[in-house]
Design a protein around this ligand. Structure first.
Ligand code: SF4
Length: 286
């Protein structure tokens, strides 16, 4: 069985940045003698989260019921209301928001000040969606926005107002094309500004999977079931006819893979190098 690695996979710049910020959060908390927290899982990877928990990081879902300390904001960002809640409860925020997501949030606030309504192409309930839809013009006054995942969601966009279109940085490529086409045909009567695009980090990973599928009859995708970008990689391989094996750790590899002539390996943006390396080693020994 031949094994081919995707040319790009694993940690993106945003995740590397967030991990650096968690280290800073732990150091600052130790210096001040206060607890170190993460607001939810700062990346979608259980192994990485557990390693930081062993260093003393505690995962919380809000300031209530916890002694004030240093809290790291996850790579997907958070709403302004969440920031305010932590600040007012006396916590020190260490911002792990990916700079690309932070830029999207700045664009949304600016659009709100200019009177635009924001259409957010995003998966309902994803943390980045909550961060984008929770941008405020002033405390308690959220920028008007509509989160859309499918063309029929566009019916909820209010009439007449000019629009800024933003997209979740890891939104699936094929679905994004459907959404942009639906927006272009539905809102011909008004000004529509496209603010951002799918993150280049995601695009490069996805293109690498497309190339893998030219040679491989099966693809192993390493990453968390909660990670949108990992799921998107699996979907791309599946759409290209490859058998797809979604795994989080090396222990989930199955002997069934031996029946393939060529197996591709890729990993989501929150998969650490050591986990990917262990999977690669095992595949090479199969
Ligand atoms: S995929 Fe892009 S936007 Fe998302 S965390 Fe990584 S670098 Fe940032």
């Amino acid at each position: 069985m031949k094994v081919l690695k995707a040319t790009t996979m694993g940690f993106c710049n945003g995740v590397s940045f967030a991990i650096g910020q968690v280290d800073s959060c732990l150091a600052l908390a130790a210096e001040r003698g206060v607890p170190a927290y993460s607001y939810g899982a700062f990346i979608h990877n259980q192994q990485v989260m557990e390693a930081f928990e062993r260093k003393g990081l505690r995962i919380i879902d809000g300031p209530e019921g916890h002694a004030p300390g240093c809290v790291v904001i996850r790579a997907h960002g958070v709403s302004d209301a969440v920031r305010r809640a932590f600040n007012s409860a006396g916590f020190i925020l260490v911002d792990g928001t990916c700079p690309t997501v932070a830029r999207s949030q700045r664009m949304i606030r600016k659009a709100g000040m200019e009177g635009l309504h924001v259409v957010i192409i995003s998966l309902h309930g994803h943390h980045e969606t909550l961060a984008l839809a929770g941008c405020e013009l002033q405390p308690g006054r959220v920028v008007p926005s509509t989160v859309v995942e499918r063309p029929e969601d566009l019916e909820r966009v209010p009439d007449g107002v000019p629009l800024l279109v933003m997209i979740q940085t890891t939104f699936p490529e094929a679905e994004s094309k459907v959404m942009y086409a639906a927006i272009a045909s539905r809102f011909q009567d008004r000004k529509v500004v496209v603010g951002n695009r799918i993150c280049p980090s995601s695009t490069v990973r996805r293109n690498a999977v497309v190339r893998l599928c030219e040679f491989c009859d099966a693809v192993v995708v390493v990453g968390s079931p909660q990670s949108a970008n990992t799921q998107a990689l699996g979907k791309i391989a599946e759409n290209r006819g490859a058998a797809v094996y979604m795994i989080e750790t090396v222990d989930e590899l199955t002997d069934e893979l031996r029946r393939y002539r060529c197996v591709g390996l890729t990993a989501g943006a929150s998969s650490p190098e050591d986990v990917i390396g262990a999977v690669e080693d095992r595949l090479n020994r199969m």
